[in-house]
Ligand binder design. Structure first.
Ligand code: SAM
Ligand code: SF4
Length: 348
C-alpha cells in the first residue's frame, strides 16, 4: 500500500454516540504507536537484541488515519502519536498533516506526540505546521556518557539541539524523565534547574514492569517517586496544583523556576479511576489498559471492508471490556514483567 494520505477517508464527525466504558469513564484519548522501531534501545524499555515486526503486519499510514479518524468520530478529543520512535517511521509527517484536518474542523482538541527528540531538528517546524502545539520529549539525563549508557547507543547532542528547534518553532515542551536508581538520581536538581531555564515542564516517571529486559532487573532500576519528591523538596518549593491532563500525572508548580513538575506513579499511587484512554499498536491491536494483556484486533475489521461499520463495532466491543485498572507491582518477589509486551509496543 502507498504511504501517501489524501484528505477525506474516514468521517471527521460521524455524530456517533461517544465511547463510555463499564465504569462510566468516557474514552476521549487515543494513543497510537505508529512503529515498534526505534533508533535507541533504552535499558528500561527494550532489550538489546529486539526483533521488530515484519512490515506486512504494520498498518499503513492510510490505515492509521482511518482508525484515528474513526475514534475522532466516536468522540476522541486528543490523539498522541508515539512508538517506538514515531519520528523514525517513513513519511510519518503525512500522517500528522492528514490528522491535522480534525483540528481545523474542531473535532479534535489536540494532536501531539511523544518522542526521544533525536529527529526534532528536522521535524519541529513541520510538526507545528501540521497543528501540533505541545510535545513530550524523553530525556533522563544531561550527561552525555550516561545518556549513551541509558539509551545503549543514542547521542545527547542531537536531542538537545532538537529541543532548541522545538522551542524555536513555538512548541511547548514537556520532558519525560524516568527515575532510575543509581543512574540519574544524582541529577534531578540539575534537571529541574535546566528545565526551568528553558521553560520546559518536567515529568518524573516510575519504571513500569513491561517486557523482558534481558540482563537488566526492574528491582535494580526501580526508584519510588515518593523518594524523588522528598529529595527535590530539600532544594525546591513545590506548590500543589490541581492541574490535570486527564492522565496519571500529579503536578506541582516549582516556585523558584515557575515550571510545572509532574509525577507519574503507577506503582506507588494507582491512577486508574480517572483513566480516559486506550492504546493502539502499529499492528492495529487495541489495548484497553497499559498494564493488562486483554486486547482487541482492529486490523481485521479495518481490512475487511472500506466501510467503517465493522471497525466501529469492534471498537465499541473493546471499550465495553476496559478493565478497572492495572496490577503493576515491583518488589523482591515480583520484579518480572507484569505484561509481556515492551512499552515500545503500546507506546507509553
Ligand atoms: N520513543 C519515544 C520516547 O522515548 O519518548 C516514545 C515511546 S516511549 C515507549 C514513551 C515513554 O515511555 C518514554 O517517556 C519512555 O521513557 C517511557 N518508558 C519506556 N519504557 C518504560 C518503562 N518500562 N517504565 C516507565 N516508562 C517507560
Ligand atoms: Fe526508544 Fe523511546 Fe523506548 Fe527509548 S523509551 S527505546 S527512545 S521507544
Amino acid at each position: 500500500m502507498s504511504e501517501i494520505i489524501t484528505e477525506g477517508g474516514a468521517p471527521a464527525d460521524g455524530g456517533l454516540p461517544p465511547l463510555i466504558d463499564p465504569f462510566g469513564r468516557s474514552i476521549s484519548y487515543l494513543r497510537v504507536s505508529v512503529t515498534d522501531r526505534c533508533d535507541f534501545r533504552c535499558v528500561y524499555c527494550m532489550s538489546e537484541d529486539m526483533s521488530f515486526l515484519p512490515k506486512a503486519e504494520i498498518l499503513s499510514l492510510e490505515e492509521l488515519d482511518r482508525v484515528c479518524s474513526t475514534f475522532v468520530a466516536l468522540g476522541t478529543r486528543k490523539l498522541r502519536l508515539t512508538g517506538g520512535e514515531p519520528l523514525v517511521r517513513k513519511n510519518v509527517m503525512s500522517l500528522f498533516r492528514s490528522l491535522g484536518r480534525h483540528l481545523r474542523s474542531g473535532a479534535l482538541d489536540e494532536l501531539t506526540l511523544t518522542t526521544n527528540g533525536s529527529q526534532l531538528t528536522r521535524f519541529a517546524e513541520e510538526l507545528r505546521d501540521a497543528g501540533v502545539r505541545r510535545i513530550n520529549v524523553s530525556l533522563d539525563t544531561l550527561d552525555p556518557a550516561k545518556f549513551r549508557a541509558i539509551t545503549r547507543w543514542g547521542k545527547l547532542e542531537p536531542v538537545v539541539d532538537g529541543l532548541a528547534a522545538a522551542k524555536a518553532a513555538g512548541l511547548a515542551v514537556k520532558i519525560n524523565c524516568v527515575a532510575l536508581k543509581g543512574v540519574n538520581d544524582d541529577e534531578f536538581d540539575r534537571m529541574v534547574a535546566w528545565c526551568g531555564e528553558h521553560g520546559f515542564d518536567l515529568v518524573f516517571i516510575e519504571v513500569m514492569p513491561m517486557g523482558d529486559l534481558g540482563a537488566e532487573s526492574r528491582l535494580d532500576q526501580y526508584l519510588p517517586l515518593t523518594r524523588v519528591r522528598a529529595q527535590l523538596e530539600e532544594r525546591w518549593t513545590l506548590d500543589e496544583t490541581d492541574y490535570r491532563t486527564g492522565g496519571p500525572a500529579r503536578y506541582a508548580r516549582c516556585r523558584e523556576t515557575g515550571q510545572r513538575i509532574g509525577f507519574i506513579t503507577p506503582l506507588t499511587h494507582n491512577f486508574c479511576e480517572s483513566c480516559n484512554r486506550v492504546r493502539l499498536t502499529c499492528t492495529g491491536t487495541l489495548y484497553m489498559c497499559l498494564g493488562q494483556e486483554d486486547a482487541a484486533d482492529l486490523r481485521g475489521p479495518l481490512r475487511a471492508s472500506e466501510d467503517e461499520a465493522a471497525l466501529v463495532s469492534a471498537i465499541r466491543d473493546a471499550v465495553s471490556r476496559k478493565p478497572r485498572g492495572h496490577d503493576f507491582v515491583i518488589d523482591r518477589r515480583r520484579h518480572g514483567p507484569a505484561v509481556s509486551r515492551h512499552m515500545s509496543v503500546t507506546g507509553g
